[in-house]
Design a protein around this ligand. Sequence first.
Ligand code: FAD
Length: 148
Amino acid sequence: MAMTQLVYYSKNTLDADDRSQLVNLREILEIARRKNGENGVTGYLIFDKAYFLQILEGDKDAVEETYRRIAGDRRHADVTLVEQRPIAQRNFSDWNMGSAMRSVDHEEIYLAHGISGSIDPTKMTGSKILSLATDLRDLEARRNRSAA
Ligand code: FAD
């Protein structure tokens, strides 16, 4: 099975307050987790008010079909492929779709990645997005462990 990892970013089209954006993100994640579970797709979604940044990984056909479906979603626009590459193993094997909506709790990680203001994915490479997502995922995993 040919495995692939795809990284894209897009502009959020829903101009709403923080609470509505949270509700919107929850709705997206609910469907993403269900469908990704069915399709064997894993990954991570970063949301920073103006932008979504997402990593999708799994079987090449499944990832490309998922990406096409996502790209047609009117909840975002200007969907831009940053990178797609073959992979031997997944980075997010336990996450049908992990996610981080930016909050003050994440600032240390954003600062460590040189991001002090709003995120600008147009200036980021695929590996920078992957590294940010990995650190956010690790933070979330540490929190889940200490909450358990
Ligand atoms: P249906 O649920 O039948 O919907 C039909 C159409 O309406 C689709 O074009 C859908 O995109 C759109 N739509 C559905 N709900 C809304 C709504 N509340 N407001 C506006 N338009 C709507 N899906 C995945 O499977 N995996 C992912 O990892 C994933 N990540 C996503 C990341 C982002 C940033 C966004 C915006 C969406 C993501 N989705 C993901 C959702 C995806 O775009 C589809 O909505 C979902 O997969 C259901 O597809 P469907 O063809 O069954 O559409």
